[in-house]
Write a protein that binds this ligand. Structure first.
Ligand SMILES: *Cc1c(COP(=O)(O)O)cnc(C)c1O
Length: 374
């Protein structure tokens, strides 16, 4: 699905030197690379505070801890997402309240979120799935009407731009109360191990986040509250600093591959290519299509894989159908859109190093299967 080695080859000298410099400096934890990466990412995003942490899941958890959410509080999120989003809600003793997604963008359906609000609701977690922002303007209005925190899960959308109806633009992860992202190697901005960060424009919240992420201490060995230990290593920060200046170029390369796929599949009735909203750019963390339900999606994926093309299904099971997250709250059929998506979506290779030859081969293979089936 990704070609991390090809991407590394292009920046190898700077990255190798940066890693070596950290090793020789011995500033392995909270060294200057971490501070500098934090500042450079703040600048790139135009956000007041970036707080690096160990991974994206930690980022979501720390954000919710810092908001002071209490067991029993309800947190609304989409059922069509990666598990981490709901996992941290449940781990903190909060109640995940899952809602359906929009059939075009696969992002949280705002009307369904509105209908799920109760007096116990404290936060909404929009996930900018596959690289395109959720519809933040109505979501932020809804949140402010009901006094809810908005925690953006921007693990798949770093670098995406949202445009408000008055023309103002904002980067994914800078619009809500707080946001968390991941630097997992295959993410749009990935390090060479685990990494993550939390973003906020709120000074007080940023101070709380730093405290929670550092064992609940603001003064060393004085612990005001129960916290966690979550840091970004200096080596990972050094790698990220060398990659951040290329992020826009990486996202443009993904967009170019997506445009190739779009065009190749434009005349294939059995396929629905990714929808592009007018309020958000798409940074294509994944290129995810829907196959006509009359055709056999699993057979298609197996066929593509048999040609050594690493197709994947994101996500084959919605959260409300997972053993760990099932609840009497949800009945089969409650989330018609998601239930259709889990049976019809598949994702093709998407990364910064896709060549035209590879794209030709992939699109021909997909079309061959469909032509033989219909
Ligand atoms: C990757 C991802 C996460 C978690 O990130 P990790 O760094 O792997 O913990 C959370 N949410 C979404 C939507 C993701 O894609």
């Amino acid at each position: 699905m990704v070609d991390l080695l090809g991407q590394y080859a292009k920046i190898k000298p700077e990255v190798d030197q940066a890693i070596l410099d950290v090793v020789e400096s011995s500033a392995y934890i909270n060294g200057p690379e971490v501070k500098n990466f934090q500042k450079e990412l703040e600048q790139y995003l135009s956000v007041k505070h970036v707080i690096p942490c160990a991974n994206g899941t930690d980022g979501l958890q720390i954000a919710m801890m810092a908001l002071g959410l209490k067991p029993g509080d309800e947190v609304i999120t989409a059922t069509f997402t990666y598990v981490a989003t709901a996992e941290v809600i449940a781990l903190l003793g909060l109640t995940p309240v899952l809602v359906d997604v929009d059939p075009k963008t696969f992002n949280i359906n705002i009307d369904d979120a509105r209908a799920a609000i109760t007096p116990k609701t404290k936060a909404i977690v929009p996930v900018h799935l596959f690289g395109q922002c959720a519809h933040m303007e109505p979501l932020l209005e809804l949140a402010s009407e009901h006094n809810l925190y908005v925690v953006e899960d921007t693990a798949q959308a770093i670098g995406a731009d949202y445009t408000f109806s008055n023309g103002t633009k904002a980067k994914a992860g800078t619009m809500g109360t707080v946001a968390a992202t991941s630097f997992f190697p295959s993410k749009n901005l990935g390090c060479y191990g685990d990494g993550g960060a939390i973003f906020t424009n709120d000074d007080d919240l940023a101070a709380k986040i730093r405290k929670v992420a550092n064992h609940g201490q603001s003064v060393r060995y004085y612990h005001d509250e129960v916290g966690v230990n979550s840091r970004l290593d200096s080596i990972q920060a050094a790698i990220l600093r060398r990659k951040l200046p290329h992020l826009d170029e990486y996202n443009a390369a993904r967009e170019k591959a997506a445009a190739f796929y779009d065009q190749a599949f434009a005349d294939v009735d059995a396929l629905t290519t990714p929808f592009r909203s007018d309020y958000s750019t798409h940074v294509f963390h994944q290129y995810t299509l829907q196959l006509d339900p009359k055709l056999d999606r699993n057979a298609l994926v197996e066929y593509i894989q048999s040609k050594n093309i690493p197709a994947m299904i994101y996500y084959p099971v919605a959260l409300h159908m997972q053993k760990a997250y099932k609840s009497e709250r949800y009945l089969v059929g409650d989330f018609a859109v998601t239930e259709r998506l889990v049976d019809s979506v598949f994702s093709l290779p998407m990364h910064t190093e896709l060549s035209e030859d590879q794209l030709e081969f992939i699109t021909h293979t997909v079309k061959d299967f469909i032509n033989n089936q219909s």
